[in-house]
Design a protein around this ligand. Structure first.
Ligand SMILES: [Zn+2]
Length: 58
């Protein structure tokens, strides 16, 4: 089970779609589709609020 979460690229500010797995919380490395820079995405999943993602510069 997973869900797409939209967050913001910390480099260019464009929307960044992140696929979050229910049991895959933690940090993952993803390249921005727009500026191609590496972004560390910290994903979390709250049972009530659902998935969330915060993107930071590597
Ligand atoms: Zn970007």
């Amino acid at each position: 089970m997973g869900e797409t979460v939209v967050t913001q690229c910390p480099w260019c500010g464009e929307s960044l779609e992140v696929w979050v797995e229910r049991d895959g919380v933690g940090s993952l490395l993803q390249d921005c589709d727009v500026c191609c820079r590496p972004v560390v995405v910290q994903v979390d999943w709250d049972d009530e609020r659902g998935p969330s993602a915060v993107a930071v510069r590597e």
